[in-house]
Design a protein around this ligand. Sequence first.
Ligand SMILES: Cc1ncc(COP(=O)(O)O)c(C=O)c1O
Length: 374
Amino acid sequence: MIPFYIPYCSPRQQKYVNDAMARGMLQGDGHYSQLVCHKLGELTGISQILLTPSASHALELAFWDLKPGDEVIMPAYNFPSAANAVLRAGGKPVLCDIDPGTQNLSPYAVEALITPRTRAVCLTHYAGVSCDMRAFWGLQQVYGFLLVEDAAQGVGAYFENVPLGAVGDRACYSFHATKNIQCGEGGAYLQRGNPEVFQKVLMFREKGTNRHQFMAGERAFYSWECMGSSHLMSDLNAAMLLAQLEDLEDVTRKRLELCAAYQQGLAACFARERLYPMEIPRYARGNGHIYYIRCRTPEQRQMVRNALASRNIFCATHYVPLHLGSMGRRLGYQYGDFPVSERTGETLLRLPLYYTMAPSQVAMICEIIEKVIA
Ligand SMILES: Cc1ncc(COP(=O)(O)O)c(C=O)c1O
C-alpha cells in the first residue's frame, strides 16, 4: 500500500512536547512559540511573525483591516481560506484565472481586473512554486495595492533567493498535518514593515485587547480596545513545530529528490504529450510540497487513478475552483468564467509524496502510469 501522504515525524518532537508540558505554560506566545518565531525569522528575514492556529486564521489577520467593498483579487483555483477571510472582513473576493503551467495567478488576468476599489492581490504559491514576483511587483508599483501571500504550501521555497512568505507585504504559512512541516493544525502570520498596523494585528488576535503590552510590562493592566478574536497557537503545538522546523532542509531535500524521480520516471510520457508536467519556472526554487501531473482529459485522470488504486496506491485530485461551489455562485460566478481553473480542476492529479517514501516506489508508480496511458 502506498498512501497519498504520511505526515512527517521529527525524531525530537516528543522530547520537545514533553519539555513544553513540564514547563506547564502551554498558552500562546510561550517559550517554544518564541523559538519558532525566531527560527522563522532567520529563514525569512521577517521580524513581525505571529503563530496562529492555522493558515486560515493567519489570512484573517492579513485581511482584518479591509474596508467594506474593498476588492481582493485571488485565484479561482484556490483553497477557500483567503476568500473566507476577505468576506469576514467585509471585503469582496474577486476571482481570477491562472496560468496553465504553474496553476498560479496570471499577472495578465490580474491586471485586467484591477479597479479603483482593488485593495489587495492575494497570491497563492501553488505546490510551493513561487508566483511570478517580478510581474506582480511591477503591477504593485503602478497600482499601489497590498500584496498578500497565501504561502500555506510555501515554507522552505523561494522566488529567486527570496523565501516565500517574504516576497509580499503580508503572508501566511500552514503547518497543517498535510504540509511538509507540520504540527497537526497550525499556521503563521508574517508582516513586512508597517509597525503601527502590526500593533493593531496584535490587539485583534488577543481578543481586541492590549494584552501584549501588559505582558511586555508596558502597562499595569490590559483592556478591551477594539473588536478582536483569539488567533494564537498553543505552545504544545509550537514545541512539535520547532522540532520539525529544525529538519526543514532535510525534509525539503528529500521531497525534491522524490519530485525529480517522478519527473525522470514520467519524462517519456511528457515527451509524447500523453500527460503534461508541472512547470517550475527558472525564478522558482520549489520545496517539493506537491508533485502533480496534468492529464489530457478527466477520463484519463480517472483511468490513472483507478489503475493506481487497484494496486493500493492512492492519489488525490485538488481544488474544485471556488466559482463552482455554492459560495462562488452566490458571488455571481458560473461555469465557463475561468476556463484554465476549470480545466486544472478536472485534470490535475497529485501523486503520493512523503518523507519516508522510497525512490523505488516512485519508479513503480511511474511504470504503472506509463502502461495505463500508453
Ligand atoms: C493554498 C492554501 N491556503 C490555505 C490553506 C489552509 O491552511 P490551514 O488548514 O492551515 O488553515 C490551505 C490548506 O491546505 C491551502 O492549500
